[in-house]
Design a protein around this ligand. Sequence first.
Ligand SMILES: *[C@@H]1O[C@H](CO)[C@@H](O)[C@H](O)[C@H]1NC(C)=O
Ligand SMILES: CC(=O)N[C@H]1CO[C@H](CO)[C@@H](O)[C@@H]1O
Length: 467
Amino acid sequence: MVAIEANQTQAINPSTTHVAVLAFPFGTHASPLLSLTCLLASSAPHLTFSFFTTSRSNASLSASKTVLPNLTLYDVSDGAPDDYVPSPIDPEGEVELFMKVTPDNFRSAMASGAARADFIISDSFLSFAGDLAADVGAVWVSLWTGGPCSLSSHVYTDLLRDRVVPARCDEEMTLGFVPGLSGLRVRDLPEGVVSGRLDSVFARLLHTMGQEIHRADLVVLNTFDGLNPAVLSDLKTKFRQCLPLGPINLLAPLPPEPDRESCLSWLERHEPRTVVFISFGTIMTPPAHELAFLARGLESARVPFLWSMRDAGRAKLPHGFLERVKGRGLVVGWAPQRAVLAHRAVAVFVTHCGWNSVLESLAGGVPMIGRPFIGDQRINARVVSHEWGIGVGFDTGFVSEKAVKAALEVMVRSPVGEEMREMARARAEDAACAVDGGGSSRANFERLLGLICERGHVKVGGGQKVL
Ligand SMILES: *[C@@H]1O[C@H](CO)[C@@H](O)[C@H](O)[C@H]1NC(C)=O
Ligand SMILES: CC(=O)N[C@H]1CO[C@H](CO)[C@@H](O)[C@@H]1O
């Protein structure tokens, strides 16, 4: 690694460029970041990439099995005691422990790692990455892994807190005063923006993120031009450079996931667009009474279904359910979600509306029945149903067997459902075009790659960098 003097201005040998990538190691955050890193590293084999995350997060990443000679994974401390067991009822607990040891955990892992970083690509949640980059004169690239509407709700948090006083405002009030968010209601906002505990770990982290993200030299978004045009064009005015290059699941596909419970061969035995796929992700399980409404609704609508459910959920199913639906329903502990959603047998996806799940459903052209729980999920569910028109939402949860049955019948058997599938397929085509040669996301990826390969025209001199 060439040491850079403060006044050095001549071109730097590009073969020494080092890109350090800092993950937010919770939920599914690290996965799109690692996919993007793998694509950059395989496109620029002459550069050096280091990926920093906790060992718990690394263990859950399927792309970490991709071996690239110029990409090295490094452990950072998660701040938790050795015998720590994450609590399902306090998901903020481990985030709090982790945030307490940042940024020193990253700083020391980076010092033990490869060379000084020329680029720091961080999850946008890690606002301190801006200071780490400034310390070493690196370019800061911030990746927002969620959707553009939720990002906007954090960028405009102060305005929202000013205008929306929960005690005086109707939950149904729309957010017409925020550019691009006129279709959303107060009740769709993530907790901690205007309601709930404004001083929780997450609320503070996201508030800071919303205020700091504009300092990034580049903001990379996991969406594509045209998907949420109004909010995206507003965000572009807020950032120095904004590169939507998603869906990352299509731009930089992960290796196929294992299918140990034979979901795909089961789907093979079904007619196109007839099966309901249900998964609430790795963190959420609906409460027992809602699981019962959903199970009974599936039973009475007599639709074939594939349900990916952890053991915690199984115990809450109605008595005798699994026996009664044998042959028509398949309940598994884990399903290869991307391949399932890409399968032609799937008619609708019952989902918590995490952004990765929404994009995977969109990529497969599958409309959704949303049952959002926390964070950005209510915004995503609202965007799916009201902006894209490719789903229905249960934003207060599954309220009865009858309501579930009606939604399933509409989505699987009615012309309305068929129309939504057609619109979802059109969105899937747009997404595929965006990441294809000549598409906007592909072009933005090439631009990011070009900037990194040319060192972003970084002029190291007087501490200034110009992109
Ligand atoms: C990350 O996980 C992979 C397996 O998926 C393992 O080979 C590797 O050693 C791990 N890296 C670190 C730094 O823990
Ligand atoms: C050609 C080149 O720079 N390869 C690098 C790939 O990454 C490893 C470690 O991350 C470096 O040691 C190599 O120099």
